[in-house]
Design a protein around this ligand. Structure first.
Ligand code: ADE
Length: 362
């Protein structure tokens, strides 16, 4: 990291850790079921349950789970169905399958104990780096950084970290900050308090900066930008789909229009006849424009065909009708078609044929 955020973190780290640990003693949560007692097994199960799930939802599930599976052995020996049953309602069921597989691997490879280091833990099913850090710090009382959703939000505000935390570069910065700030002493209290600050004070929508123990360090607060962090996942660019249409005009300067089928986009509206994408490479559209829809961007291309001589060959059908400027006004036209036809009549003198129209737009 270049950069000023890490330098700033290194400078304030002792005071920052003291403020966080002090918060733990004054206001941190100490009576959550997995804290009484906080064994590595209980911390592990609770951390998996707490992924994407609120504390209040988790508590009864945790209690039922512990009553039935008090240790790694009982979980490893269980039928998969029974584990799933106890999970039913919590969601994200791969978590339960991984928990069960993990218990079996702990029996096979670690004598039924959770390993006390992050690299060994992250080899196990369902245990990522932050969960491993929580097990090590909260369960074993040894120092290890964490970076769950709550901590990400706190750090991205305190240090004004730009970008979405799902981007690897942004996640790397946040991890570096967490590593820098996490103290060797009282790490479990520090981590618990960071999660609690994120969950109860530094909430996404309604942060209570007035009571936050980190307000004096918070760059987002000091610059009036708390609401701008954390930055959201960037919206996906809408895919561009090309739609080709034909402009056919007859001797009376009528235009061939068709009513769209109900299955297609603009179902029931009138439109120039649509053709497929199988066009000659050198075909140049008379008109082209972009039209934004919810899920994609339409690239509209309109090709003119000189139908002055050929109108007798282009028969009207039930769906395809020759319309003049007056009768078009009474039709329900797709918006971009209306725009195009308005332009067309505005720009065309009575003597010109379709092939001479020159309103190309991109
Ligand atoms: N979210 C994840 N881990 C947590 C914990 N130990 N306490 C409260 N909320 C949490």
């Amino acid at each position: 990291m270049s950069d000023s955020a890490l330098c700033y973190a290194a400078k304030i780290k002792d005071a920052f850790a003291a403020a966080v640990v002090n918060f733990y003693h004054c206001a941190g949560r100490k009576d959550l079921p997995w804290q009484q007692p906080a064994t590595p097994y209980r911390v592990w199960i609770s951390e998996i349950m707490l992924q994407q799930t609120q504390v209040t939802t988790v508590i009864p599930y945790f209690q039922r789970f512990m009553a039935r599976f008090p240790d790694v052995q009982s979980l490893a020996d269980a039928e998969a169905d029974e584990v799933m049953q106890l999970w039913a309602g919590l969601g994200y069921y791969s978590r339960a399958r991984n928990l069960h597989r993990c218990a079996q691997q702990l029996m096979e490879k670690f004598g039924g104990e959770l390993p006390a280091d992050v690299p060994a833990l992250t080899q196990l099913p369902g245990i990522g780096r932050s969960t491993a850090g929580a097990i090590v710090s909260l369960g074993f009382g040894r120092p290890a950084p964490i970076l769950d959703g709550n901590v990400k939000r706190v750090l991205s505000r305190v240090f004004c970290i730009d970008g979405w935390s799902g981007h690897s570069a942004v996640s790397k910065r946040l991890w570096q900050l967490s590593e820098t700030l996490t103290p060797q002493a009282h790490c479990g209290h520090f981590n618990q308090a960071m999660m609690d600050i994120g969950a109860t004070i530094c909430s996404r929508r309604n942060p209570d900066c007035a009571t936050c123990p980190l307000s004096q360090y918070c760059q987002a607060l000091q610059t009036g930008k708390v609401a701008s962090y954390p930055q959201p996942k960037p919206k996906k660019l809408r895919p561009v789909k090309t739609f080709n249409f034909l402009l056919l005009q007859d001797r009376q300067r009528r235009i061939l229009l068709e009513r769209r089928t109900h299955k297609s986009i603009w179902g029931g509206l009138w439109c120039l006849p649509q053709i497929d994408d199988n066009l000659r490479k050198d075909a140049a559209p008379l008109y082209s424009t972009l039209h934004q829809l919810t899920h994609f961007t339409m690239q509209i291309r309109i090709y003119s065909v000189d139908a002055l001589a050929a109108s007798h060959q282009v028969e009207a059908t039930e769906r395809q009708v020759w319309h003049n400027f007056q009768s078009i006004k009474r039709l329900g036209l797709a918006k971009p078609m209306q725009t195009f036809i308005n332009e067309l009549y505005k720009n065309t003198s009575t003597t010109k044929g379709a092939h001479e129209w020159s309103i190309v737009k991109s």
